[in-house]
Design a binder for this molecule. Structure first.
Ligand code: CMC
Length: 376
């Protein structure tokens, strides 16, 4: 074998070909199936973009109606899942509950049919999983917190129904619009750690559920999706310790101690603004009045961003505005990363489909630094 080059964290390494999405940093664009993701987020709703992600083209009116019908049809969970949710340890993170339920759902499928990795079987399975994820997520949270179940309401659209189950009450149209936009922003993002994890798992011809479970475990980490929850905790911490006037000193002190400020930096964008963060930021001011501490949190949010740019030259990533938006919408913090996973399920399914359709097992090598020649 020719000596391969080593790139820690696989930085800059091209891991696969894909026709799903691409971060075109040169043109400051996130390309999704040929479209600019930001333009899609401004003009299309989540279900339309999910269809595009999964099937490669924007849906006609009939295709969209069919797709949304399928999402409605499969939104309710099998009774066994509710029984499983009641058994979960109360201290469990909602993301761990999501992946536990996903494994359980795999167990409800016929083991033989689960081996079918054809495009059709994966898409069928993937659409069902996407449909179930809102009820899985909301009810996992509710079971862990001892709250009564909430059932999917078939009269509501995907995002409205999801937000309804998260909040436990009917959301207003403005809230639904912003929430839907954040879901579009989160839907697909080329090759982050979680998508890579899913593709690595799928490359053994393991099933779609396993790949999404692996991705969920990856996404939970604070260096990845977990950052949106960390952002909300940080903003509230600053609020409790002096508010916007104390935000600058808070950030400077954290940086002096060598700590990371969550929601900033990105392996691909690094010294550029994440286009998703720029878009979501626009919607923050109009939400501020929804909570008594909203205006002050927005000021803290702006100050932290300014100080991070001055001190480190770093810009926010998508998790920075998303963490604040979800808080202002009244969503409990422990649901932020689980929401990210629900949206990203569409992207993950598309990647599993693509991986299985053009499979090559992932199996890299190492640069061995341990001893040799020892005798037992
Ligand atoms: N706070 C403080 N310093 C930072 C941060 C940050 N958030 N991000 C990067 N840096 C510094 C880092 O200390 C290093 O400085 P120096 O060169 O002086 O040692 C430099 O920037 C380069 O950082 P790196 O760790 O080599 O870069 P990376 O590509 O490994 O890290 C990252 C990317 C996302 C892990 C990192 O920026 C980070 O930890 N950010 C905070 C967590 C976060 O917001 N994650 C969400 C990622 S995007 C959305 C998603 O996928 O969920």
């Amino acid at each position: 074998m020719a000596q391969a080059s080593y790139s820690p964290g696989l930085e800059g390494v091209i891991a696969t070909t894909t026709s799903i999405s691409y971060l075109d940093t040169e043109h400051e664009q996130i390309v999704l199936r040929g479209y600019d993701l930001i333009e899609l987020a401004r003009t299309k709703r989540y279900t339309e973009v999910a269809y595009l992600t999964l099937y490669g083209h924007l849906p006609s009116a009939a295709e969209l109606a069919g797709f949304e019908g399928q999402l409605r049809e499969h939104a309710e969970l099998p009774g066994e899942v509710y029984r499983l949710l009641d058994l979960l340890p109360r201290r469990m993170h909602v993301m761990d509950a999501q992946r536990t339920v996903l494994s359980f759902l795999a167990g409800l499928e016929d083991p033989e049919s689960l081996k079918d990795t054809s495009v059709e079987a994966n898409l069928r399975r993937g659409v069902r999983v996407l449909a179930q994820m809102p009820a899985v997520t909301a009810n996992a949270y509710r079971a862990l917190r001892g709250l009564p179940r909430v059932r999917p309401d078939p009269s509501l659209g995907f995002s409205e129904g999801f937000l309804y189950m998260l909040l436990g009450s009917r959301p207003d149209p403005d809230a639904v619009r912003v929430f839907d936009l954040t879901l579009v922003c989160y839907i697909e993002h080329e090759m982050p750690n979680s998508t890579f994890a899913a593709r690595v798992i799928a490359s053994t011809l393991s099933d779609l559920y396993g790949a999404v479970v692996g991705a969920a475990a990856s996404l939970k980490g604070p260096l990845h999706g977990g950052a949106n929850e960390a952002v909300a905790h940080m903003l509230l911490d600053i609020l409790r310790h002096g508010g916007a006037d104390a935000a600058e000193a808070y950030v400077v002190e954290r940086l002096r101690r060598g700590e990371r400020i969550m929601g900033f930096g990105h392996r691909v964008y690094m010294r550029r603004y994440d286009p998703r963060a720029l878009l979501m930021r626009e919607f923050v001011p109009q939400l501020a009045a929804r909570r008594p501490e909203g205006e002050e949190l927005v000021r803290i949010h702006q100050t932290v961003e300014r100080v991070m740019h001055r001190e480190k030259g770093l810009y926010p990533n998508a998790d920075y505005p998303a963490g604040l938006i979800y808080y202002l919408l009244g969503i409990p913090i422990e649901l932020y990363t689980p929401i990210f996973l629900v949206s990203r399920t569409a992207g993950l399914v598309a990647h599993v489909v693509e991986q299985h359709a053009h499979n090559r097992l992932f199996r890299p090598r190492v640069l061995y630094e341990g001893p040799r020649g020892l005798r037992p």
